[in-house]
Design a protein around this ligand. Structure first.
Ligand SMILES: Cc1cc2nc3c(=O)[nH]c(=O)nc-3n(C[C@H](O)[C@H](O)[C@H](O)COP(=O)(O)O)c2cc1C
Length: 179
């Protein structure tokens, strides 16, 4: 059976949620899928034991999680040997202007440049603003960033922008390359 591992780096949980959704989609399609937090990867985990690897990470202050970047860098040879895909989660696509879409793509390309990874498929998805989960400083910072980006600044609510249909399309296209 085709087995896929989804590895993620997530600070407030949205990339983890997308990763679990991908696992659900793959399982429904009859594939064997496992999902792992890159911060807590089992010691015996080996990339080459899988037919395909999907990595997800999110952007904070212009950069992806350091532990995500380090993992990809440290395992670049194995990653380049299997079918692989990368998705980046950020706020840059929310208002869908050319400028913000370009910003999201730039952040994704920066991750690939830093790691030297050449995945077969990539995608940028919108993340979430989870004000209820932020501490005081994070809330103030995100309210400021959101205002700059023309996004929601009412901190009494949480906002989820992820385009679940695009996630599904990304998974379907990646799997059609594998099988
Ligand atoms: C402190 C902080 C800084 C952020 N900085 C950026 C940023 O520079 N660019 C961006 O597009 N999104 C930024 N975001 C939005 C996150 O990418 C978004 O909330 C995403 O859903 C987080 O995913 P995670 O929950 O998996 O970490 C930031 C969010 C927080 C909380």
């Amino acid at each position: 059976m085709t087995n896929i591992a989804i590895l993620y780096a997530s600070s407030e949980g949205q990339t983890a949620k997308v990763s679990r959704y991908i696992k659900e989609l793959l399982t429904k399609k009859g594939f064997k899928a496992e999902v792992y937090n890159l911060n807590d990867l089992p010691k015996k985990f080996s990339i080459t034991g899988y037919k395909g690897i999907i990595v997800g990470a999110s952007v904070h202050i212009g950069s992806h999680q350091k532990y995500g970047i380090e993992y990809v860098k440290d395992n670049i040879e194995s990653l380049n040997e299997v079918k692989s895909a990368f998705f980046s989660i950020c706020l840059a696509k929310i208002n869908n202007s050319e400028k913000t879409i370009g910003r999201g793509e730039k952040q994704l390309q920066r991750f690939l440049k830093k790691t030297g990874w050449k995945p077969d498929k990539t995608a940028v998805f919108s993340g979430a603003l989870k004000y209820s989960k932020y501490g005081f400083m994070k809330k103030v910072l995100m309210k400021f960033i959101s205002k700059l980006m023309g996004e929601e600044t009412d901190t009494s609510k949480d906002y989820e922008y992820t385009e679940w249909n695009k996630v599904e399309k990304f998974v379907n296209e990646f799997m059609s390359e594998i099988s």
